[in-house]
Design a protein around this ligand. Structure first.
Ligand code: FAD
Length: 437
């Protein structure tokens, strides 16, 4: 807990580590509390800081896309986690995918060598009274979740699903080939497992009828639309998967030059490429069913599953209704909520809220004029969403829809115009931040 002279950061995940970094580099003493290894969330597998619980991808680096713009803005704020991601990246085309162990190791090293940060391996069990950032994520420990529940009333929750990971050596390369979509980026980043029409239809048929893990009585399943389990997608129509994660568009067999009917894409889990995850194949199927499902994909017929797909409960707060000044808990003295607990979904978005909440707290505690970034840039769009999102509040990633529309441009040029505007408005906000810091 805060002893008055330091700031408590609860949670050494993506947002907590970034918030601690931003505070420490501005001269604040930080006590960073991480509950693992004593407490386990169910999804985290290690005691590492900034553990990525599912995919190893931090999404696109394309600066014409919102997620790419967000990364660029975070880099400009000297984000520790974005620099650690680049330093531990593995080949993944236009995506920033990382070797997760190396990523966590860099974050650990940088934080623990910083004299302003003390890492304490303890659980925070109650919402602190003052000077704290709560970054305990969607799998917050039950005691702290109860304390948050007392403060905010009934919490909202939903589910994410994890995709299976297979051992590289057990993939049948006679039935798989490396290729990137439309030949963009290095050709060996994605390993493609093609399916013909018959194979695709039997796979969909199996997925539709496979046994899934039942939600527990208190778990009312609300899935995040862009992270739907394959079984939910398959239940929505025969072609939904073929237009979703299994879409073959732009992928051609290197020998026949033919486009498969559908394709399961695999992406490397580590630099050594010993393990691959099934891209977009998150599932809540029972483990034996997952094995049977892979047997229907020719390249994965004998694949060894290293990590099964799973589902987990996520906890988040209705930020627009319950928080003020983006992150602040009303009636507490400088106690902020950050990360996925705010309902901003995604690794980079969690890092972004961590950075913003850290900088905002540093400004407010020193009487510096804090102005949130303007909605026209990516970080500002996040702040705007947290304060103004419509009800019922549901989690979101950064996307073009969070930015205000642009006037007087052709329909086909609107995204480019939004990105240009984002770059300009971020630059001017950043220079005002620099002038007072
Ligand atoms: C199963 C699952 C899969 C996901 N997959 C993806 C994905 O593939 N891509 C993506 O972009 N996003 C994904 N997300 C969403 C989100 O981006 C991640 O959950 C992200 O890690 C959230 O960052 P965070 O900082 O809020 O929480 P976390 O990174 O989870 O960090 C919270 C930390 O707080 C610790 N903690 C918990 N309770 C306490 C306590 N009381 N006291 C002290 N420490 C505590 C935890 O051990 C953890 O280290 C997934 C979420 C879940 C749950």
């Amino acid at each position: 807990m805060s002893d008055g002279s330091s700031i408590t950061v609860a949670g050494g995940g993506l947002s907590g580590c970034e918030a601690a970094w931003q505070l420490a580099k501005r001269g604040f003493k930080v006590k960073l509390f991480e509950a693992r290894p004593h407490f386990q969330t169910g999804a985290h597998k290690t005691d590492s800081l900034a553990e990525l619980v599912c995919s190893n991808s931090l999404k696109t680096i394309d600066e014409a896309k919102p997620a790419g713009v967000l990364k660029k803005e975070l880099e400009a704020l000297d984000s520790l986690l974005i620099s650690a991601a680049y330093a531990s990246s593995v080949p993944a085309g236009r995506a920033l995918a990382v070797d997760r162990a190396r990523f966590s190791a860099i974050v650990f090293e940088k934080l623990t060598e910083n004299p302003n940060i003390e890492l304490i391996r303890e659980e925070i069990t109650e919402v602190p009274e003052k000077n704290a950032i709560i970054a305990t994520g969607p799998l917050t420990s039950p005691s702290l979740a109860n304390s948050l529940g007392e403060l905010f009333g009934s919490g909202l929750y939903f589910y994410d699903a994890i995709a299976p990971v297979v051992e590289a050596q057990t993939i049948d390369m006679e039935h798989a080939f490396y290729a990137s979509r439309w030949g963009k980026g290095p050709g060996d980043d994605y390993l493609n497992c093609p399916l013909n029409e018959t194979e695709y239809l039997s796979l969909v048929d199996f997925i539709r009828t496979a046994d899934s893990v039942e939600a527990r009585a208190f778990e009312d399943a609300k899935f995040f639309e862009s992270c739907l389990p394959v079984e939910v997608m398959a239940s929505r129509g025969l072609d939904v998967l073929r237009y979703g994660p299994l879409r073959p568009v732009g992928i051609f067999h290197p020998v026949t030059d033919k486009r498969p009917y559908a394709v399961v894409q695999l992406r490397a889990e580590n630099l050594e490429r010993t393990a691959f995850n099934l891209v977009g194949f998150q599932t809540r199927m029972k483990y034996p069913e997952q094995k049977k499902m892979l047997a229907l994909i020719p390249a994965l017929r004998n694949a060894q599953i290293l990590k099964y797909g799973e589902i987990h409960r996520n906890l988040y707060i209705n930020a627009p209704e319950k928080l003020s000044r983006c992150f602040a808990i009303p009636d507490r003295e400088n106690v902020f909520i950050t990360g996925l607990l705010t309902g901003m979904e995604g690794y980079v978005e969690s890092i972004a809220t961590g950075a913003l909440s850290g900088i905002q707290m540093a400004c407010e505690l020193t009487g510096k004029p804090w102005t949130p970034p303007p909605r026209e840039c990516a970080l500002g769009a996040i702040c705007w969403w947290l304060e103004n999102a419509p009800q019922p509040y549901t989690p979101t990633n950064i996307n073009f829809g969070l930015w205000p529309p642009v006037a007087d441009v052709k329909h086909s040029e609107r995204h480019a115009a939004m990105v240009n505007r984002a770059n300009e408005s971020f630059k001017s906000w950043k220079s005002s931040l620099d002038s007072w810091w």
